[in-house]
Ligand binder design. Structure first.
Ligand code: SAH
Length: 321
């Protein structure tokens, strides 16, 4: 056959099956393969991966096929460990962007969000959409409602968040860009947010958190409670509880702070203790250990909490009404 035709066939083949690249990536993230290799601290053989991921015993060959495809695209790298031994898979710069331990450049939320069927399905309707006169975008043709209506119907996940003491909105902007269906608000003092532009991405509200916090599914308190005494923290947390719905409806307060005495194995307690001394010089607050946090949450009327340790010295505490 003419080499032009052969090339064209291969090109058409790749164009036809391009979606399998994205879906293989989605499968690797669904299974948690990048995190499994990262947590292992060294490259892993196929059998190690198969066992750590608790896959069905019959699926080891299929796992090899998934790893082979993703290795071809540079998401993993396969390394030989010598004759007669099983090859190992390691992370590449690409897959490190989606491990939970990666902080500033992390793309996990972005990638997961865009591989979700809600986002993928509209692309199957682009052809139909071209035939229609209406102003609807393909997402509306696919879902029968606007994308935002669809997102707001999702039972899981939070739809709105208020970052209390969120300054000029740096964190809220990151959240809003990675989770476009979460409406983000920043509450801060008038002298801080007074001149912040309401650009449609983040809404800025000037106010006093001791008086009233705008209602939302979740309240974010990042590096805030450590500025305040126990009595003040309890008052702030009570206002937070008034702002969120019940636990069943997804209400929660997300506290990002140090939990003294509990850090990841890679980091010592030293940064927490130094931060505590800094707070001693600046505020009536300080860094708290788990018992001290628990006391505040219970006193403010919350029922339970969950601490999620990060790879740094800060933790995320989800507090439930
Ligand atoms: N969350 C941000 C800023 C923390 S600093 C971050 O993680 O970087 C604490 C913030 O609380 C400051 O922006 C300060 O202006 C704000 N703040 C102090 N008192 C407040 C009050 N009564 N009501 C609302 N915000 C307040």
């Amino acid at each position: 056959m003419d080499s032009n035709v052969l090339q064209a066939q291969a090109g058409l083949w790749n164009l036809t099956f391009g979606y399998l690249k994205s879906m293989s990536l989605k499968s690797a993230l669904d299974l948690g393969i990048p995190d499994a290799i990262d947590n292992n601290g060294q490259p892993m053989t196929l059998s190690q991966l198969h066992s750590v991921l608790s896959l069905h015993p019959s699926k080891i060959t299929q796992l090899r096929r998934l790893m082979r495809l993703l290795t071809h695209f540079g998401f993993f790298i396969e390394k030989s460990t010598g004759a007669g031994t099983e090859a190992v898979y390691d992370l590449t710069t690409q897959s490190r962007l989606v491990t939970r331990k990666t902080e500033s450049t992390n793309m996990l939320a972005f990638v997961r969000c865009h591989l979700d069927s809600k986002w993928v399905k509209p692309s199957q309707y682009i052809g139909d959409w071209f035939m229609q006169d209406e102003k609807q975008v393909p997402a509306e043709v696919a879902h029968g409602c606007t994308f935002w209506e669809l997102a707001s119907r999702e039972p899981e996940g939070i739809k709105s968040l208020v970052d209390v003491g969120g300054g000029k909105g740096a964190m809220a902007n990151i959240i809003a860009k990675n989770f476009p269906y979460v409406r983000c608000t920043v509450l801060d003092l008038p002298n801080v947010v007074g001149d912040c532009p309401n650009d449609g991405i983040v809404k800025f509200v000037s106010g006093d958190m001791f008086t009233c916090i705008p209602p939302a599914d979740a309240v974010l308190l990042k590096w805030l409670l450590h500025d305040w005494s126990n009595e003040d923290c309890i008052r702030i947390l009570q206002r937070c509880k008034e702002a969120i719905p019940s636990r069943e409806a997804g209400g929660k307060v997300i506290v990002c702070e140090a939990v003294v005495g509990s850090t990841s194995a890679m980091i010592s307690e030293e940064p927490q203790l130094l931060l505590d001394m800094l707070m001693l010089t600046l505020t009536e607050g300080g860094e708290r250990d788990e018992n001290e946090w628990k006391h505040l949450f219970i006193e403010a009327g919350f029922s339970s909490y969950k601490i999620i340790h990060t790879s740094g010295f800060m933790s995320i505490i989800e507090v439930y009404p």
